[in-house]
Design a protein around this ligand. Structure first.
Ligand code: SF4
Length: 148
């Protein structure tokens, strides 16, 4: 699809700030990063912040670039020290105002879900996801967006 250049202005015709979350679904850390980011958007509202389409950066999607350029602040949320979203954001030329890494910043212990799912399911997938970790991660994200 042909992309035409689109102009956005933070808070006017787009969100004021953008979160890029790693959304890795293969581990408790990636899933928590995703859920915490969504809770932060619910708390702050879409005018204040939205979750950017991380895949739109390396694939050069015009509106994703436009909204990222317009954002007052870009916050990345990664589950583990691989820092997938921070690296992608920086490699595509954007400045990260705040990087949150759940293993580093809230002391999460990464659990690769395949270890427990194969060869036999030990317990349901979502039993590895804790409300308290989502809440603590969400608080960090909300603070990063609100900080001057
Ligand atoms: S930062 Fe870690 S948890 Fe997130 S997608 Fe990358 S490897 Fe998975």
């Amino acid at each position: 699809m042909e992309e035409k250049e689109m102009k956005f202005e933070a808070g006017k015709n787009t969100h004021e700030n953008v979160i890029f979350a790693c959304f890795g679904g293969l581990s408790n850390t990636g899933i928590t990063a995703a859920l915490a980011s969504m809770e932060a958007v619910k708390e702050l509202g879409l005018e204040k912040v939205a979750i950017g389409c991380l895949g739109g950066l390396p694939t050069n999607v015009g509106p994703v670039f436009g909204k990222s350029k317009a954002a007052k602040k870009i916050v990345t949320v990664d589950g583990c020290p691989f820092e997938c979203s921070k690296k992608i954001v920086e490699k595509t030329g954007f400045k990260v105002a705040k990087s949150i890494v759940l293993v580093r910043d809230i002391g999460m212990i990464k659990k690769a879900l395949h270890e427990d799912i194969a060869p036999k399911t030990v317990k349901p997938l979502m039993d590895y996801i804790y409300d308290e970790e989502i809440r603590r991660a969400k608080e960090l994200i909300v603070k990063a967006i609100k900080d001057k």
